[in-house]
Design a protein around this ligand. Structure first.
Ligand SMILES: NC(=O)c1ccc[n+]([C@@H]2O[C@H](COP(=O)([O-])OP(=O)(O)OC[C@H]3O[C@@H](n4cnc5c(N)ncnc54)[C@H](O)[C@@H]3O)[C@@H](O)[C@H]2O)c1
Length: 198
């Protein structure tokens, strides 16, 4: 929650009525989606490679869902949002996802990246677009959070019904079954799991 929601509230400082996109729908990306909804986004575009994630995104408030493997995805997002989104959040951990997030960001918009790609990976950027389209690219580490400030804030938002993080809980798993649980997470069959230590 800190990484995904913090990227929206702290790193992007997204304003009410903005258009948002989240590329990569794991626990981090879904937290961004919930935060974008809490901000009063007028459009929330959800993008993943797994159709099951797109279905979940719809139920959590995404207004448009696209599969990242769709070769027409950039045009489709631009058409659905009237030129792209004001804030695109890369939450997948790959340069491919970052490139897509950048390309669906509108003129004047901000691309926030929190996924952690391989340290050797490089991103080739069309340099002139930064200037001619007044773009911003920001990295976000643990949602630019200050835990003493943000943990109580997010808990209070959850209690008030604005950040329903409970909807991301897929299962509770005893410690002895942690390995198959991690396999399910890696296959994209779970969003967030609680490991029971008792
Ligand atoms: N910046 C930080 O402080 C911070 C903190 C925690 C995690 N992370 C990173 O955030 C990322 C997300 O974490 P998570 O736990 O949600 O991971 P996850 O593996 O559960 O979810 C990643 C999702 O991205 C999707 N995906 C992969 N490639 C894609 C592509 N090209 N386009 C669209 N979707 C794609 C996957 O299908 C999956 O649903 C990871 O890279 C993780 O290392 C960063």
């Amino acid at each position: 929650m800190l990484t995904g929601a913090g990227a929206v509230f702290n790193t992007a400082r997204m304003e009410a009525g903005a258009r948002a996109a989240v590329v990569g729908l794991g626990g981090v990306g879904f937290s961004s989606l919930l935060a974008a909804a809490a901000c009063g986004a007028r459009a929330i575009v959800a993008v993943d490679l797994l159709e099951s994630k797109l279905e979940t995104a719809r139920s959590l408030g995404a207004t448009h869902c696209f599969n990242a493997a769709d070769p027409q995805i950039i045009d489709k997002v631009k058409e659905a949002t009237g030129g792209g989104v004001d804030y695109a959040f890369e939450m997948a951990g790959s340069v491919k996802a970052l490139e897509l997030a950048y390309r669906i960001t509108a003129r004047g918009g901000t691309t926030v990246t929190a996924g952690l790609p391989n340290p050797a990976a490089k991103w080739e950027l069309q340099a002139v677009s930064l200037i001619a389209e007044e773009r911003t690219v920001k990295g976000s580490y643990i949602g630019s959070c200050v835990p003493a400030r943000d943990v109580p804030r997010f808990v209070a938002m959850y209690r008030a019904g604005h950040l329903p993080v409970n909807r991301l809980l897929s299962e509770r798993v005893p410690l002895a079954e942690i390995n198959p649980a991690l396999d399910r997470l890696a296959r994209g069959e779970a969003i967030r799991q609680v490991i029971m230590m008792d």
